[in-house]
Ligand binder design. Sequence first.
Ligand SMILES: NC(=O)c1ccc[n+]([C@@H]2O[C@H](COP(=O)([O-])OP(=O)(O)OC[C@H]3O[C@@H](n4cnc5c(N)ncnc54)[C@H](OP(=O)(O)O)[C@@H]3O)[C@@H](O)[C@H]2O)c1
Length: 337
Amino acid sequence: MRLYRLPTATKIDDLTFTDAPSPAPGHGQVAVRVRAVSLNYRDLMIATGTYGAKPPRAGLVPCSDGAGEVIAVGDGVSRVKVGDRVAGIFHQKWLGGPFSEAVPASALGGDLDGVLAEEVVLDVDGVVKVPDGLSFEEAATLPCAGVTAWSALFEGPRPVKAGDTVLTLGTGGVSVFAIQFAKAVGARVVSTSSSDEKLGRAKALGTTDGINYKDTPEWGKEVMRVTGGVGADVVVEIGGGSTMGHSITAVRKGGTVAVIGVLTGGEIDPRRLISRAVTLRGVYVGSRDAFEAMNRAIAVNGIKPVIDRVFPFEQAREAYRHLQSGSHFGKVVIRVG
Ligand SMILES: NC(=O)c1ccc[n+]([C@@H]2O[C@H](COP(=O)([O-])OP(=O)(O)OC[C@H]3O[C@@H](n4cnc5c(N)ncnc54)[C@H](OP(=O)(O)O)[C@@H]3O)[C@@H](O)[C@H]2O)c1
C-alpha cells in the first residue's frame, strides 16, 4: 500500500510518497482502508518543522484526520465490524472526561503515525462511526477541525445556547465549523475575515455580521459596536498573539475566549482580562465522547462540512501548498482512494 512519510520535516517537499506492506490488526485493533484525509494547519506546521519544540520522529506518517472503511478486525473487537464507515479520533487515548495526566500523549500524525496512507491500523477505541449522510471526504474533516470547534462552543463550563453571540476569526477549517455549529444552536454569529468574498460565504452559512479585519484593524471595537456595546459570549480564538488583544476587546464582561490557534505571534495585556473578568479557556481538540456528541448534532441538523477543494492522493504536496496559501474557505481534502 502507498503512504506518505516525513523522513525530515523542514518543508512541504519533505513529504515523501512511498510503499509499505499492508498492516494487519492485532488484538483490539482494526484495519481501515483510508478513503479521504483532510489537512489542518497543524499538519503544515509539522511538515515544516514549526509545530513543537522538537522535530517529529523521522519517518512519521503525517495527518490526524482521515475517514474510511473497516477492512479487517483483530481478536476481541466488537465496537465496529468490517464495512463500517469510521474516522480516527485525534487523541487516540482521550475517550472522555477532562483532559488530564491520565490521558497519554497519543495525537495522530504527531505522537503516533497518522493517516496519510491507503491503510492504517488503529485501536478500536480510537475510531468513531461517521454520520451516514456524509461522504468520506466530508467525514475526513471532522476529527480535528470539527471536534475543536465543537469543544470550543459546547464542551466548556458554559455551553453556547440560543441567543448567545459567538465570534469567529477567519474562515479556515475550525472557524467555518464554528459558524455552522453556532448557527445550528440558534446563536448569533459575528465573523471576521481578510476577504469580503469569504464573508459573503460565511453569511450564507449563518454569520449575521461580517467584519473585514484588514479594512477594520480595530475589529474588536467593531464587534462591540454591532453587539450594542455588549460583546461576544464566546470567541473562537484561532489567531494567537496578534489577535488576542482584539478578541479580549470583543468578548463580553464575564465571557470566554476559547484559545485555540497560533497563527500569529504577539503578547497580551493581562490587565484587560482582569478588569473584564474574562475566562481564557485552552482547547486541545477534544475527546471521543465530544466527537460522538458532535456527530449526533451533525446528523440531526443535517450539517455538511464545507470543503474548499479535493486533491488526488498523488498531489498531497499541492494540497499542503493550497492550505499554506490561505486562499481556502473551510477544509482542504486529499482523496486517497
Ligand atoms: N488547539 C487546538 O486543538 C487546535 C485545533 C485545530 C486548529 N488549531 C489551530 O487553530 C488555527 C487555525 O487552524 P485551521 O486548521 O482552522 O487553519 P486554516 O484552515 O489554515 O485557517 C487559516 C485561516 O485563518 C485566518 N487567519 C489567518 N490569519 C488571521 C488573522 N491574523 N486574523 C484572523 N484570521 C486569520 C484566514 O482566514 P481568512 O482568509 O478568512 O482571513 C486563514 O484562511 C491554527 O493555529 C491551528 O494550529 C488548534
